[in-house]
Design a protein around this ligand. Structure first.
Ligand code: ADP
Length: 623
């Protein structure tokens, strides 16, 4: 059972060796804990259902056969008792009528009454010659040899009919074996239904378990990554909306990160002396992404690395040490540093400030601590650039606000059209049809929007997955043309599709590729002014597919060209910011292309236009 325990603990690697690493990587983040439980639950349900089916087959089937047999014999005995009177009265017609109605009422295939001398008195079906040979034999048995009670030969049940005079007569009844089998069949379908219900409940329980274990799974992944050599960082934070475990983990991580920061500050206290004599150390400090300032106990700046100089706009030629207030013009920083020095505060203080640096907005976190050591007694300041993080936060919030707003529009439309269909559509079939058509379109719009949001959250969680199938490119491009035709016309743009007459069928995720192309064409139309044009050009070689989306729009500045593929990034250009957008479309499109083994590249010139090229290998391996 050790392997079972290991699997349940999420250490599937033990079980799945040698492909363990690739399997772990294949699992979505946070899934390693819940998946084994789900798998084992599924196995247990299957085993229980198979065992139940086996038990039914062996016990219920036998029971039903016995019950059926007992019932047939009971009915046959009653028929035999009734037959004696009809034989005595020489009334075969009356007996036949009774036998037929009893046979059909109790699902008997056939009933035959044979007199002792071999004469067939009544046969509900065929002449005597077609009787079972064993029945014919029974017919000729002398009275003394006839069994005193009923006997069974295969599906035939034979009973003696007691007569007052003359030789004995016999009743042969052919039973219907399908009754018991059919009921066992329904029994099996019952077990099938129970199995389905069990699987459905298991699936619901698994989903619940999965969402409960998700924070633990993500924490587990982070711990694994740290055990594998990654040092703790903000990237290991877990989304706090996942619950208390996630919040506690983030608090713990914050404590660790703060300690780390403090340790950096502490250790860098040796720098002024060391830096002076070691140019390699000075170069290393200059290459730090964080800014570092060392201030002595006379509030003089003793050392500043390159990043700090850039972020605070310090004069690089100033000779150090020099009074802090003379060099650093930021009053909040200088007075906080003076306060920390005065109070000798080891806990220090942290400021978050908005600044303009090289005409660009900058958000910085400034951690200030007092230190006392052999090399420096004074204050250490560490400055981190939070601009990108804040921008992503703002875009994320804007996206959520916009998404909520966007969801409301189709819902309101659906409600209005449904109300019209209900109020006025009863008598007007045409109006009702139109209303339902609009509701249908709005449903599709809603579906696409929710799809985008789900993909974005999958992308955020790093679990974007492909559902690979054959894609007929002609059908895909037809849908795209249909989707954008009216939009382009309304915006006064020329939209052209330059497609080859024959398009290959490729392997990929139809929905996600459509979404990626939707984003590229949608952007081209969005960022091109009226009168411009957008061309979609498709080219397929034996091994590769290129889709070019070319526009004559506003173009993209060189410094934005790589950044626009980052999540939530939007160019600062006013012509972009006044349009609604989330900054997610291109990131999603590139992720989709890369998951297919392809990529998206960009060629653009500001104010002239842009060309986005999506390349896909036609035979995608390993997808
Ligand atoms: P959104 O369009 O919602 O802002 P995207 O991720 O689709 O987000 O695009 C990111 C950014 O890339 C846009 O904000 C815009 O600055 C730039 N961009 C994308 N496509 C084009 C284009 N065809 N022409 C000019 N700029 C574009």
């Amino acid at each position: 059972m050790a392997w079972l325990r290991a699997a349940l603990e999420g250490r599937m690697a033990v079980w799945w060796h040698p492909k363990r690493l690739s399997l772990r990587k294949a699992l979505p983040p946070g899934e390693a804990l819940a998946l084994p439980v789900g798998l084992w639950g599924g196995v247990i349900v299957i085993v229980v259902c198979v065992a139940a089916a086996w038990w039914s087959h062996h016990f219920i089937f036998d029971n039903r056969t016995l019950q059926h047999d007992a019932e047939v014999r009971r009915v046959a005995r009653a028929m035999a008792a009734a037959s004696s009177r009809f034989i005595a009265d020489q009334n075969p017609g009356g007996l036949e009528a009774v036998t037929r109605s009893v046979s059909s009422a109790f699902d008997l295939q056939r009933a035959v009454v044979v007199l002792g001398d071999g004469v067939v008195f009544v046969d509900t079906d065929a002449p005597l010659s077609t009787l079972d040979p064993q029945v014919a034999e029974t017919r000729s048995l002398p009275r003394a040899d006839v069994p005193p009670t009923d006997t069974r030969n295969g599906n035939w049940v034979t009973l003696p009919i007691e007569l007052d005079k003359g030789p004995c007569a016999y009743l042969h009844v052919l039973t219907n074996p399908t009754g018991s089998v059919a009921s066992t069949g329904s029994n099996f379908s019952g077990i099938g239904l129970i199995a389905l219900a069990a699987m459905a409940s298991l699936w619901l329980a698994y989903r619940d378990l999965r969402s409960r274990m998700r924070p633990l799974g993500l924490i587990h992944d982070s711990l694994d990554a740290m055990a594998g050599g990654e040092s703790p960082s903000d990237a290991h934070r877990v989304n706090e909306t996942l619950g208390r475990d996630a919040q506690s983990w983030n608090r713990l991580l914050d404590t660790v990160l703060n300690r780390q920061r403090a340790a950096v500050l502490e250790s860098s206290a040796v720098l002024p002396a060391a830096v002076a004599g070691d140019s390699r150390l000075s170069a290393a400090c200059d290459n730090l992404a964080q800014g570092l300032l060392l201030i002595d106990d006379a509030l003089r700046l003793a050392y500043a690395n390159g990043a700090a100089m850039g972020m605070l706009g310090l004069d690089r030629r100033a000779s150090l040490p020099a009074p802090l207030t003379q060099l650093v013009k930021d009053e909040q920083i200088t007075s906080a540093a003076a306060g920390v020095l005065r109070e000798r505060s080891r806990a220090g203080t942290v400021l978050e400030l908005d600044r303009i640096c090289d005409n660009q907005p900058l958000v910085i976190r400034v951690s200030i601590r007092y230190t006392q050591g052999d090399y420096l007694t004074g204050v250490v300041i560490l400055i981190e650039d939070l601009t990108q993080q804040r921008r992503a936060d703002r875009s994320r919030n804007a996206f959520i606000a916009q998404a909520t707003h966007e969801l409301r529009t189709p819902l309101t439309n659906m409600r209005l059209y449904l109300e019209t269909a209900l109020d006025e559509g009863t008598n007007d079939a045409k109006l009702r049809g139109e209303c339902l058509n609009v509701v249908n379109q709005e449903c599709r719009r809603l579906e696409a929007m929710v799809g985008d949001m789900l993909s974005v959250s999958e992308m955020e969680a790093g679990s974007l997955k492909l559902h690979v199938d054959d894609i007929r490119l002609d059908a895909l491009f037809e849908t795209l043309q249909h989707d954008f035709k009216a939009h382009a016309k309304d915006s006064g743009l020329l939209l052209a599709f330059d497609l080859p007459p024959k398009m290959p069928v490729i392997q990929g995720d139809r929905e996600k590729l459509t979404q990626a192309l939707h984003n590229l064409i949608g952007n081209a139309l969005k960022y091109t002014n009226a009168g411009g044009s957008v061309t979609v050009h498709l080219e397929a070689t034996a091994s590769q597919l290129n889709v070019e989306v070319r526009d004559t729009g506003i173009g993209i500045a060189p410094h934005d060209q790589e950044k626009i593929f980052e999540k939530f990034y939007r160019a600062g250009d006013e012509r972009v910011t006044k349009k609604t957008g989330s900054g997610l479309g291109l990131a999603l499109a590139r992720d989709v292309a890369r998951l297919h083994g392809g990529d998206i590249t960009l060629n653009s010139e500001l104010n002239k236009g842009s060309t986005f090229t999506l390349t896909l290998p036609i035979r995608v391996e390993g997808v």
